[in-house]
Design a protein around this ligand. Structure first.
Ligand code: HEM
Length: 427
Protein backbone atom coordinates (compact mmCIF):
# COMPACT_ATOMS: atom_id res chain seq x y z
CA UNK A 1 0.00 0.00 0.00
CA UNK A 2 1.27 3.48 -0.79
CA UNK A 3 0.71 6.38 1.53
CA UNK A 4 0.56 9.61 -0.41
CA UNK A 5 2.56 12.45 1.15
CA UNK A 6 0.29 14.61 3.28
CA UNK A 7 0.02 18.19 2.06
CA UNK A 8 -1.19 21.20 4.04
CA UNK A 9 -4.46 20.86 2.09
CA UNK A 10 -4.93 17.12 2.52
CA UNK A 11 -4.42 15.92 6.07
CA UNK A 12 -3.72 12.21 6.43
CA UNK A 13 -7.00 10.32 6.89
CA UNK A 14 -7.32 8.23 10.07
CA UNK A 15 -10.34 6.30 8.83
CA UNK A 16 -11.05 3.81 6.06
CA UNK A 17 -9.30 0.62 4.97
CA UNK A 18 -5.85 2.18 4.33
CA UNK A 19 -5.55 3.41 7.90
CA UNK A 20 -6.98 0.17 9.32
CA UNK A 21 -4.47 -1.88 7.32
CA UNK A 22 -1.39 0.07 8.40
CA UNK A 23 -1.91 2.44 11.33
CA UNK A 24 1.75 2.44 12.35
CA UNK A 25 2.80 3.56 8.86
CA UNK A 26 0.42 6.50 9.28
CA UNK A 27 1.83 7.31 12.72
CA UNK A 28 5.37 7.35 11.29
CA UNK A 29 4.31 9.87 8.64
CA UNK A 30 2.59 12.03 11.21
CA UNK A 31 5.54 11.94 13.62
CA UNK A 32 7.73 13.27 10.82
CA UNK A 33 5.52 16.39 10.81
CA UNK A 34 6.20 17.16 14.49
CA UNK A 35 4.69 16.37 17.90
CA UNK A 36 1.21 17.45 16.79
CA UNK A 37 -0.15 17.08 13.24
CA UNK A 38 -3.40 17.76 11.45
CA UNK A 39 -5.42 14.63 10.55
CA UNK A 40 -8.84 13.95 9.02
CA UNK A 41 -11.04 11.77 11.25
CA UNK A 42 -14.14 11.77 9.03
CA UNK A 43 -15.02 13.37 5.71
CA UNK A 44 -15.01 17.13 6.41
CA UNK A 45 -13.85 16.78 10.05
CA UNK A 46 -10.23 17.46 11.00
CA UNK A 47 -8.40 17.26 14.31
CA UNK A 48 -4.91 17.91 15.63
CA UNK A 49 -3.30 14.62 16.70
CA UNK A 50 -0.54 14.40 19.32
CA UNK A 51 1.91 11.62 18.42
CA UNK A 52 4.80 12.53 20.73
CA UNK A 53 4.93 10.70 24.07
CA UNK A 54 5.96 13.67 26.25
CA UNK A 55 3.50 16.00 24.52
CA UNK A 56 0.73 13.43 25.10
CA UNK A 57 1.51 13.23 28.83
CA UNK A 58 1.70 17.03 29.09
CA UNK A 59 -1.65 17.52 27.37
CA UNK A 60 -3.49 14.86 29.35
CA UNK A 61 -2.40 16.47 32.63
CA UNK A 62 -2.84 20.13 31.70
CA UNK A 63 -6.33 21.01 32.87
CA UNK A 64 -5.53 24.76 32.90
CA UNK A 65 -4.98 24.98 29.15
CA UNK A 66 -7.39 22.27 27.95
CA UNK A 67 -11.03 21.41 28.65
CA UNK A 68 -12.88 18.14 27.98
CA UNK A 69 -16.11 19.99 27.12
CA UNK A 70 -16.66 19.62 23.33
CA UNK A 71 -19.70 21.89 22.99
CA UNK A 72 -17.97 24.90 21.38
CA UNK A 73 -16.24 22.63 18.83
CA UNK A 74 -19.42 20.68 18.20
CA UNK A 75 -21.30 23.75 16.94
CA UNK A 76 -19.35 23.53 13.69
CA UNK A 77 -19.83 19.78 13.17
CA UNK A 78 -22.74 18.35 11.11
CA UNK A 79 -25.29 16.66 13.38
CA UNK A 80 -24.98 13.42 11.42
CA UNK A 81 -21.17 13.27 11.64
CA UNK A 82 -20.05 9.68 12.31
CA UNK A 83 -17.63 10.85 15.03
CA UNK A 84 -20.28 12.53 17.19
CA UNK A 85 -21.49 9.31 18.89
CA UNK A 86 -18.00 9.07 20.42
CA UNK A 87 -16.99 12.77 20.73
CA UNK A 88 -20.34 14.57 21.19
CA UNK A 89 -21.21 16.09 24.57
CA UNK A 90 -23.08 14.15 27.24
CA UNK A 91 -23.32 15.05 30.93
CA UNK A 92 -20.81 12.43 32.09
CA UNK A 93 -17.33 12.17 33.59
CA UNK A 94 -15.91 11.93 30.08
CA UNK A 95 -17.00 15.44 29.00
CA UNK A 96 -16.70 17.48 32.19
CA UNK A 97 -13.90 19.17 34.14
CA UNK A 98 -13.02 20.20 37.68
CA UNK A 99 -15.53 19.76 40.49
CA UNK A 100 -18.30 18.41 38.23
CA UNK A 101 -15.94 15.77 36.86
CA UNK A 102 -14.63 14.90 40.33
CA UNK A 103 -18.17 14.27 41.61
CA UNK A 104 -19.04 11.91 38.74
CA UNK A 105 -15.63 10.29 38.89
CA UNK A 106 -15.86 9.58 42.65
CA UNK A 107 -19.23 7.90 42.13
CA UNK A 108 -17.86 5.80 39.23
CA UNK A 109 -14.63 4.88 41.05
CA UNK A 110 -16.42 3.83 44.22
CA UNK A 111 -18.99 1.81 42.29
CA UNK A 112 -16.39 -0.02 40.20
CA UNK A 113 -14.34 -0.47 43.40
CA UNK A 114 -17.10 -2.72 44.74
CA UNK A 115 -16.35 -5.36 42.13
CA UNK A 116 -14.66 -8.14 44.02
CA UNK A 117 -11.94 -9.73 41.89
CA UNK A 118 -12.71 -13.35 42.79
CA UNK A 119 -16.42 -12.89 42.04
CA UNK A 120 -15.66 -11.09 38.79
CA UNK A 121 -13.32 -13.91 37.75
CA UNK A 122 -16.01 -16.47 38.57
CA UNK A 123 -18.63 -14.54 36.59
CA UNK A 124 -16.38 -14.10 33.56
CA UNK A 125 -15.52 -17.81 33.65
CA UNK A 126 -19.20 -18.74 33.85
CA UNK A 127 -20.17 -16.53 30.90
CA UNK A 128 -17.08 -17.67 28.95
CA UNK A 129 -18.02 -21.33 29.38
CA UNK A 130 -21.57 -20.61 28.26
CA UNK A 131 -20.36 -18.82 25.13
CA UNK A 132 -17.73 -21.45 24.34
CA UNK A 133 -20.37 -24.14 24.78
CA UNK A 134 -22.41 -22.56 21.99
CA UNK A 135 -19.76 -23.31 19.32
CA UNK A 136 -17.31 -25.80 20.83
CA UNK A 137 -18.88 -28.80 19.09
CA UNK A 138 -18.39 -27.31 15.62
CA UNK A 139 -14.60 -27.11 15.49
CA UNK A 140 -14.74 -23.59 14.04
CA UNK A 141 -15.75 -20.18 15.30
CA UNK A 142 -15.24 -16.44 15.15
CA UNK A 143 -13.66 -15.44 18.45
CA UNK A 144 -14.78 -11.83 18.00
CA UNK A 145 -18.46 -12.28 17.07
CA UNK A 146 -19.07 -15.39 19.17
CA UNK A 147 -16.87 -14.57 22.14
CA UNK A 148 -14.94 -11.31 22.69
CA UNK A 149 -17.80 -9.06 21.60
CA UNK A 150 -20.41 -10.84 23.68
CA UNK A 151 -18.60 -11.39 26.93
CA UNK A 152 -18.03 -7.91 28.47
CA UNK A 153 -21.64 -6.72 28.21
CA UNK A 154 -22.97 -9.99 29.62
CA UNK A 155 -20.84 -9.31 32.66
CA UNK A 156 -21.70 -5.58 32.96
CA UNK A 157 -25.43 -6.13 32.63
CA UNK A 158 -25.37 -8.80 35.33
CA UNK A 159 -23.31 -6.56 37.66
CA UNK A 160 -25.69 -3.62 37.23
CA UNK A 161 -28.75 -5.81 37.76
CA UNK A 162 -30.25 -5.50 34.27
CA UNK A 163 -33.16 -7.94 33.92
CA UNK A 164 -32.32 -10.80 31.54
CA UNK A 165 -35.12 -9.70 29.16
CA UNK A 166 -33.48 -6.25 28.73
CA UNK A 167 -29.90 -7.42 28.26
CA UNK A 168 -30.19 -7.76 24.52
CA UNK A 169 -31.38 -4.15 24.19
CA UNK A 170 -28.29 -2.99 26.08
CA UNK A 171 -26.01 -5.09 23.90
CA UNK A 172 -27.63 -3.75 20.71
CA UNK A 173 -27.65 -0.18 22.02
CA UNK A 174 -23.93 -0.15 22.80
CA UNK A 175 -23.00 -1.93 19.57
CA UNK A 176 -25.13 0.44 17.47
CA UNK A 177 -23.68 3.48 19.16
CA UNK A 178 -20.08 2.42 18.48
CA UNK A 179 -20.45 0.89 15.02
CA UNK A 180 -23.24 2.35 12.97
CA UNK A 181 -22.99 5.91 11.76
CA UNK A 182 -26.57 6.03 10.52
CA UNK A 183 -28.33 4.48 13.50
CA UNK A 184 -25.96 5.66 16.23
CA UNK A 185 -28.18 8.40 17.69
CA UNK A 186 -31.19 6.05 17.84
CA UNK A 187 -29.06 3.31 19.40
CA UNK A 188 -27.84 5.72 22.11
CA UNK A 189 -31.41 6.90 22.76
CA UNK A 190 -32.59 3.31 23.19
CA UNK A 191 -29.68 2.54 25.48
CA UNK A 192 -30.54 5.56 27.64
CA UNK A 193 -34.18 4.43 27.66
CA UNK A 194 -33.45 0.94 28.94
CA UNK A 195 -30.98 2.22 31.58
CA UNK A 196 -33.57 4.85 32.66
CA UNK A 197 -36.08 2.03 33.26
CA UNK A 198 -33.47 0.18 35.29
CA UNK A 199 -32.70 3.25 37.43
CA UNK A 200 -36.41 3.94 38.04
CA UNK A 201 -36.89 0.32 39.06
CA UNK A 202 -33.96 0.35 41.51
CA UNK A 203 -35.13 3.61 43.11
CA UNK A 204 -38.41 1.82 43.83
CA UNK A 205 -36.94 -1.60 44.61
CA UNK A 206 -33.28 -1.51 45.69
CA UNK A 207 -31.33 -4.68 44.94
CA UNK A 208 -27.88 -6.15 45.49
CA UNK A 209 -26.30 -4.63 42.41
CA UNK A 210 -24.10 -1.77 41.26
CA UNK A 211 -27.04 0.38 40.11
CA UNK A 212 -28.48 0.37 43.62
CA UNK A 213 -25.09 1.28 45.06
CA UNK A 214 -24.56 4.15 42.58
CA UNK A 215 -27.99 5.59 43.44
CA UNK A 216 -27.13 5.60 47.13
CA UNK A 217 -23.63 7.02 46.67
CA UNK A 218 -22.83 10.15 48.73
CA UNK A 219 -22.37 12.12 45.48
CA UNK A 220 -26.21 12.19 45.41
CA UNK A 221 -26.64 11.75 41.65
CA UNK A 222 -30.13 12.46 40.37
CA UNK A 223 -31.81 9.91 38.11
CA UNK A 224 -30.58 11.42 34.83
CA UNK A 225 -27.02 11.75 36.15
CA UNK A 226 -27.05 8.12 37.26
CA UNK A 227 -28.45 6.98 33.89
CA UNK A 228 -25.72 8.86 32.02
CA UNK A 229 -22.86 7.49 34.16
CA UNK A 230 -24.13 3.89 33.86
CA UNK A 231 -24.47 4.35 30.11
CA UNK A 232 -20.90 5.70 30.00
CA UNK A 233 -19.55 2.75 31.98
CA UNK A 234 -21.25 0.26 29.67
CA UNK A 235 -20.25 1.97 26.44
CA UNK A 236 -16.72 2.98 27.54
CA UNK A 237 -16.13 -0.48 28.97
CA UNK A 238 -17.51 -2.75 26.30
CA UNK A 239 -15.66 -1.91 23.11
CA UNK A 240 -12.09 -1.59 24.49
CA UNK A 241 -12.43 -4.76 26.57
CA UNK A 242 -13.64 -6.63 23.48
CA UNK A 243 -10.68 -5.26 21.56
CA UNK A 244 -8.17 -6.07 24.28
CA UNK A 245 -9.35 -9.70 24.32
CA UNK A 246 -9.38 -9.85 20.50
CA UNK A 247 -5.98 -8.21 19.99
CA UNK A 248 -4.29 -10.35 22.64
CA UNK A 249 -5.83 -13.57 21.28
CA UNK A 250 -4.55 -12.59 17.85
CA UNK A 251 -1.08 -12.04 19.30
CA UNK A 252 -1.17 -15.56 20.74
CA UNK A 253 -2.60 -17.24 17.64
CA UNK A 254 -1.21 -15.21 14.77
CA UNK A 255 2.25 -14.33 15.87
CA UNK A 256 4.68 -17.21 15.42
CA UNK A 257 6.52 -16.26 18.60
CA UNK A 258 3.36 -16.43 20.72
CA UNK A 259 1.72 -19.17 18.65
CA UNK A 260 4.48 -21.65 19.29
CA UNK A 261 4.44 -20.95 22.96
CA UNK A 262 0.64 -21.08 23.17
CA UNK A 263 0.96 -24.81 22.54
CA UNK A 264 4.17 -25.05 24.53
CA UNK A 265 2.53 -23.22 27.39
CA UNK A 266 5.21 -20.57 27.86
CA UNK A 267 3.37 -17.40 26.86
CA UNK A 268 0.68 -16.28 29.22
CA UNK A 269 -2.40 -14.20 28.58
CA UNK A 270 -0.65 -11.51 30.65
CA UNK A 271 2.33 -11.44 28.27
CA UNK A 272 0.12 -11.06 25.21
CA UNK A 273 -1.96 -8.34 26.89
CA UNK A 274 1.14 -6.41 28.00
CA UNK A 275 2.43 -6.51 24.44
CA UNK A 276 -0.90 -5.30 23.02
CA UNK A 277 -1.16 -2.45 25.54
CA UNK A 278 2.21 -1.11 24.37
CA UNK A 279 2.01 -1.76 20.64
CA UNK A 280 -1.69 -1.82 19.68
CA UNK A 281 -3.73 -0.26 22.48
CA UNK A 282 -7.46 -0.98 22.03
CA UNK A 283 -8.24 2.75 22.21
CA UNK A 284 -5.68 3.90 19.66
CA UNK A 285 -6.56 7.59 19.37
CA UNK A 286 -8.84 9.53 21.72
CA UNK A 287 -8.21 11.70 24.80
CA UNK A 288 -10.22 14.49 23.14
CA UNK A 289 -9.35 17.93 24.55
CA UNK A 290 -10.05 21.49 23.46
CA UNK A 291 -7.81 24.54 24.17
CA UNK A 292 -9.59 27.02 26.44
CA UNK A 293 -7.83 29.86 24.55
CA UNK A 294 -5.47 30.26 21.60
CA UNK A 295 -2.17 28.78 22.64
CA UNK A 296 1.13 27.32 21.50
CA UNK A 297 1.67 23.70 22.50
CA UNK A 298 5.07 22.05 21.98
CA UNK A 299 5.77 24.67 19.32
CA UNK A 300 2.46 24.17 17.47
CA UNK A 301 -0.20 26.91 17.42
CA UNK A 302 -3.65 25.73 18.51
CA UNK A 303 -6.92 27.65 18.31
CA UNK A 304 -9.43 27.96 21.17
CA UNK A 305 -12.09 25.22 20.90
CA UNK A 306 -10.15 23.20 18.31
CA UNK A 307 -10.33 19.38 18.63
CA UNK A 308 -7.02 17.92 19.83
CA UNK A 309 -6.73 14.12 20.05
CA UNK A 310 -4.00 12.00 21.60
CA UNK A 311 -2.62 9.02 19.74
CA UNK A 312 -1.99 6.56 22.57
CA UNK A 313 -0.74 4.10 19.94
CA UNK A 314 1.73 6.52 18.32
CA UNK A 315 3.00 7.86 21.65
CA UNK A 316 3.56 4.34 23.00
CA UNK A 317 5.55 3.23 19.96
CA UNK A 318 7.67 6.34 19.56
CA UNK A 319 11.36 5.61 20.11
CA UNK A 320 12.65 7.50 23.14
CA UNK A 321 14.70 10.53 22.05
CA UNK A 322 18.47 9.98 21.92
CA UNK A 323 20.07 10.55 25.31
CA UNK A 324 16.80 10.22 27.24
CA UNK A 325 16.18 7.69 29.99
CA UNK A 326 14.79 4.74 27.98
CA UNK A 327 14.00 2.88 31.21
CA UNK A 328 11.42 5.56 32.04
CA UNK A 329 9.40 4.27 29.09
CA UNK A 330 9.38 0.59 29.92
CA UNK A 331 7.29 -1.54 32.21
CA UNK A 332 3.53 -1.73 32.50
CA UNK A 333 3.15 1.62 34.24
CA UNK A 334 4.65 3.73 31.46
CA UNK A 335 2.42 3.06 28.45
CA UNK A 336 -0.57 5.29 27.79
CA UNK A 337 -3.12 2.59 26.87
CA UNK A 338 -5.22 3.58 29.90
CA UNK A 339 -4.46 7.29 29.31
CA UNK A 340 -3.13 9.40 32.19
CA UNK A 341 -4.23 12.45 34.19
CA UNK A 342 -7.68 13.04 35.68
CA UNK A 343 -9.53 11.24 32.86
CA UNK A 344 -7.42 8.07 32.83
CA UNK A 345 -9.45 4.86 32.72
CA UNK A 346 -11.00 4.16 36.13
CA UNK A 347 -11.43 0.44 35.33
CA UNK A 348 -7.91 -0.77 34.63
CA UNK A 349 -7.95 -3.59 37.18
CA UNK A 350 -11.38 -5.10 36.39
CA UNK A 351 -10.75 -4.72 32.65
CA UNK A 352 -7.43 -6.55 32.92
CA UNK A 353 -8.98 -9.29 35.02
CA UNK A 354 -11.82 -9.74 32.55
CA UNK A 355 -9.45 -9.95 29.59
CA UNK A 356 -7.01 -12.34 31.27
CA UNK A 357 -9.80 -14.64 32.45
CA UNK A 358 -11.53 -14.61 29.06
CA UNK A 359 -8.29 -15.55 27.28
CA UNK A 360 -7.36 -18.23 29.80
CA UNK A 361 -10.79 -19.81 29.45
CA UNK A 362 -10.68 -20.02 25.67
CA UNK A 363 -7.08 -21.24 25.45
CA UNK A 364 -7.60 -23.85 28.14
CA UNK A 365 -10.95 -25.17 26.87
CA UNK A 366 -10.29 -25.47 23.14
CA UNK A 367 -7.57 -27.86 21.96
CA UNK A 368 -5.37 -27.27 18.92
CA UNK A 369 -6.72 -23.76 18.60
CA UNK A 370 -5.35 -21.94 15.55
CA UNK A 371 -6.26 -19.13 13.17
CA UNK A 372 -8.33 -20.35 10.23
CA UNK A 373 -6.91 -17.68 7.90
CA UNK A 374 -3.52 -16.13 7.39
CA UNK A 375 -3.03 -13.30 9.90
CA UNK A 376 -2.22 -10.96 7.01
CA UNK A 377 -5.72 -11.55 5.56
CA UNK A 378 -7.56 -10.38 8.67
CA UNK A 379 -9.86 -7.40 8.28
CA UNK A 380 -9.59 -4.57 10.82
CA UNK A 381 -12.52 -2.42 11.80
CA UNK A 382 -12.18 0.98 10.15
CA UNK A 383 -12.49 4.14 12.23
CA UNK A 384 -10.06 6.55 13.88
CA UNK A 385 -10.51 5.60 17.53
CA UNK A 386 -10.01 1.87 17.96
CA UNK A 387 -7.62 -0.89 16.94
CA UNK A 388 -9.75 -3.97 16.51
CA UNK A 389 -9.87 -7.05 14.31
CA UNK A 390 -13.36 -7.32 12.77
CA UNK A 391 -13.26 -11.13 12.94
CA UNK A 392 -11.00 -13.81 14.35
CA UNK A 393 -11.85 -17.02 12.49
CA UNK A 394 -10.36 -20.07 14.23
CA UNK A 395 -10.44 -23.84 14.08
CA UNK A 396 -9.88 -26.38 16.83
CA UNK A 397 -10.61 -29.98 17.72
CA UNK A 398 -14.39 -30.16 18.23
CA UNK A 399 -15.48 -30.83 21.78
CA UNK A 400 -18.32 -33.32 22.00
CA UNK A 401 -19.32 -32.04 25.40
CA UNK A 402 -17.86 -29.83 28.06
CA UNK A 403 -16.67 -31.71 31.13
CA UNK A 404 -19.70 -32.39 33.33
CA UNK A 405 -18.72 -30.09 36.20
CA UNK A 406 -18.21 -27.22 33.72
CA UNK A 407 -21.73 -27.62 32.30
CA UNK A 408 -23.12 -27.66 35.82
CA UNK A 409 -21.24 -24.48 36.72
CA UNK A 410 -22.22 -22.76 33.47
CA UNK A 411 -25.91 -23.38 34.00
CA UNK A 412 -25.88 -22.32 37.63
CA UNK A 413 -26.45 -18.75 38.75
CA UNK A 414 -27.43 -17.29 35.39
CA UNK A 415 -28.30 -14.05 37.15
CA UNK A 416 -25.48 -14.19 39.61
CA UNK A 417 -24.17 -10.72 40.46
CA UNK A 418 -20.40 -10.50 40.81
CA UNK A 419 -20.44 -7.52 43.13
CA UNK A 420 -21.02 -7.49 46.84
CA UNK A 421 -22.98 -4.39 47.60
CA UNK A 422 -23.59 -2.81 50.93
CA UNK A 423 -20.26 -1.53 52.21
CA UNK A 424 -17.85 1.09 51.00
CA UNK A 425 -15.34 -0.04 48.38
CA UNK A 426 -12.56 0.07 50.91
CA UNK A 427 -14.35 -1.28 53.85
C1 HEM B 1 -14.22 -2.86 32.62
C2 HEM B 1 -14.04 -2.23 31.46
C3 HEM B 1 -13.90 -0.71 31.36
C4 HEM B 1 -14.68 0.27 31.93
C5 HEM B 1 -15.88 0.09 32.83
C6 HEM B 1 -14.11 1.55 31.52
C7 HEM B 1 -14.62 2.79 31.88
C8 HEM B 1 -14.09 4.01 31.52
C9 HEM B 1 -14.64 5.31 31.85
C10 HEM B 1 -15.91 5.54 32.68
C11 HEM B 1 -13.83 6.26 31.33
C12 HEM B 1 -14.01 7.81 31.43
C13 HEM B 1 -13.21 8.32 32.62
C14 HEM B 1 -13.18 9.83 32.75
O1 HEM B 1 -13.37 10.54 31.75
O2 HEM B 1 -12.93 10.33 33.88
C15 HEM B 1 -12.74 5.56 30.66
C16 HEM B 1 -11.73 6.16 30.01
C17 HEM B 1 -10.77 5.48 29.36
N1 HEM B 1 -10.59 4.11 29.28
FE1 HEM B 1 -11.73 2.71 30.10
N2 HEM B 1 -13.03 1.31 30.72
C18 HEM B 1 -12.88 -0.06 30.59
C19 HEM B 1 -11.97 -0.73 29.85
C20 HEM B 1 -10.95 -0.11 29.19
C21 HEM B 1 -9.96 -0.80 28.40
C22 HEM B 1 -9.87 -2.31 28.15
C23 HEM B 1 -9.12 0.16 27.91
C24 HEM B 1 -7.92 -0.01 27.03
C25 HEM B 1 -6.89 -0.75 27.37
C26 HEM B 1 -9.57 1.43 28.41
C27 HEM B 1 -8.95 2.64 28.17
C28 HEM B 1 -9.47 3.87 28.51
C29 HEM B 1 -8.90 5.13 28.07
C30 HEM B 1 -7.68 5.31 27.17
C31 HEM B 1 -9.72 6.14 28.59
C32 HEM B 1 -9.57 7.63 28.38
C33 HEM B 1 -10.42 7.99 27.19
C34 HEM B 1 -10.23 9.43 26.84
O3 HEM B 1 -9.18 9.96 27.20
O4 HEM B 1 -11.08 10.01 26.18
N3 HEM B 1 -10.69 1.22 29.17
N4 HEM B 1 -12.93 4.19 30.80
Amino acid sequence: MSLSAPSPHEPLALYGPDFAADPHGHYRRLRAQGPVARVRIAPGTDAMLVTDYQAAVDLLRDTDTFTKDPRAWQEGVPADSPVLPVLGYRPTAMFTDGAVHARYRDAINDTLGLIEPHLLRAEVSRVAQQLIGEFSATGTGDLIAQYARRLPLHVFTASFGVAPRDRRRIVLGVAGMMDSAAGAADAYADLVGVVADLVADRRARPGRDLTTYLLGHPAGLDDDEAVRQITLIMSAGHDPTTNLIGNALLRMLGDARHGVSLHGGATTAQDAIADVLWRDPPIANLGAHYPRHDTEFHGVPLRAGQLVLVSFAAANTQSPPAGSDAAARSGDGAHLAWSTGPHRCPAKQPALLMAITAIEQITSQLCDLELAVDAAELIWRPGPFHRAPAHLPVRFTPLDTLPEQDIRRASEGADHVPARVGGTPNG
